[in-house]
Write a protein that binds this ligand. Structure first.
Ligand code: NAD
Ligand code: TYD
Length: 356
């Protein structure tokens, strides 16, 4: 394998698998995907590239330093794109341990092994190398309705165990740039939606419940605001940051698309009313059910993306109405994928979280 190979961690998850599929469609170089295959990891997401010789999957844990060290020496990647994480806020509230283990300790292990490997490269390879820390807008905390959107200089103020663990990882990545000059670039992205998202998150959960005639749970008053970005747009931004981002910098990525949760769920229901008029319960919005709020629920996220627009010329291609239509269609057309994830562990989670 040529050493323009990149190492992706967590590539069997939602964003990682979209990233790998897009990478192989647009770039000539190879990918190694290191993924532990937790409940959120699904090798089926990557079935389309199973026989692509530029793709290699390795099952392993980012906390296992021996595995990482051996992998780096064997494949000599020119970049690490670090997606692997525990990613669901509600799970972090019920059980934060895995979040600290993977998001904090795992990122630390990866940074340490990356530093050792990078130190041994020649000067040209060293300056070309990148460690891309894929992070979230949630590290910035919560906004009031009238507050300005988050910028790259907004102070970190994470509120959930998930966002706190991602903030800790981002701080470590930052420190490795400042202390050791490891060529780190960090991205903070808003809420993603699109194909292959595990149906514990709001959008796929709402689609599955609405089509199945089940209650669509909306936390609290449904007025919490998120900035939604189609996953393909996120992946394109990441490829651009990897190619042209400045080391030591962070880039906000977002959809310029703030919506309340109630607006999001209603938009999904409207698309389904059109595409699935014969579902068990129509109009689908009659399934919306307000349920008890998430503890410490962040009220609003909003991203100022002027920096990436100006410096790298990136902006989202999809509008919410085009992206959500693609997404709804994808879930309707991929029943086998849904059946595969709708297993015992998913049902246990739904029962524990929603008493459903
Ligand atoms: P996901 O939960 O769908 O996937 C996570 C992947 O990481 C899974 O394949 C899982 O098996 C793997 N993984 C977990 N622990 C691991 C470990 N210890 N070692 C190796 N692999 C492990 O998550 P996602 O939604 O695809 O998010 C990917 C990244 O993007 C995360 O770092 C997340 O914080 C960040 N992010 C997500 C969003 C979003 O809206 N989903 C937005 C901004 C940033
Ligand atoms: P989610 O998809 O879990 O992403 P995040 O918590 O990372 O933003 O949730 C998006 C929003 O939807 C968030 O405000 C919580 C809310 N929500 C519900 O109202 N009901 C649900 O069943 C879920 C999972 C989320």
């Amino acid at each position: 394998m040529a050493n323009d190979t990149i190492l992706v961690t967590g590539g069997a998850g939602f964003i990682g698998s979209n990233f790998i599929l897009e990478w192989l469609a647009h770039e000539p170089s190879s990918i190694i995907n290191l993924d532990k295959l937790t409940y959120a990891g699904n090798p089926g997401n990557l079935a389309a590239i199973h026989s692509d010789r530029r793709y290699k999957f390795l099952q392993g844990d980012i906390c296992d330093r021996d595995v990482i060290a051996e992998l780096l020496v064997t494949y000599r990647p020119r970049a690490i794109v670090h997606f692997a994480a525990e990613s669901h806020v509600d799970r972090s509230i019920r059980g934060p341990d895995d979040f600290i283990q993977t998001n904090v300790n795992g990122t630390f292990s990866l940074l340490e092994e990356a530093r050792t490997y990078w130190s041994g490269l020649d000067d040209a390879e060293k300056s070309d190398f990148r460690f891309l820390q894929v992070s979230t807008d949630e590290v910035y905390g919560s906004l009031a309705p009238e507050d300005e959107a988050f910028t790259e200089t907004t102070r970190y103020a994470p509120n959930s165990p998930y966002s706190a663990s991602k903030a800790a990882a981002d701080h470590l990545a930052r420190a490795y740039f400042h202390t050791y000059q490891l060529p780190v670039v960090t991205t903070n992205c808003s809420n993603n939606y699109g194909p292959f998202q595990f149906p514990e998150k709001l959008i796929p959960l709402a689609i599955l419940h609405a089509t199945g005639g089940k209650a669509i749970p909306v936390y609290g008053d449904g007025q919490n605001v998120r900035d939604w970005l189609f996953v393909g747009d996120h992946c394109e931004a990441l490829r651009l940051v990897l190619a042209r981002g400045t080391t030591g910098e962070t880039y906000n990525i977002g959809g310029k698309n703030q919506m309340t949760n109630l607006e999001v769920v209603r938009a999904i229901c409207a698309v389904l009313d059109e595409l699935r008029p014969d579902d068990p319960v129509v109009p689908h919005a009659s399934l919306i059910k307000f349920v008890v709020d998430r503890p410490g629920h962040d009220r609003r996220y909003a991203m100022d993306i002027a920096k990436i627009e100006k410096e790298l010329g990136w902006r989202p291609r999809e509008t919410f109405s085009s992206g959500i239509r693609k997404t709804v269609r994808w879930y309707l057309e991929n029943q086998a994928w849904i059946q595969a994830v709708n297993n015992g562990s998913y049902r246990q989670w739904m029962a524990a979280q929603y008493s459903m």
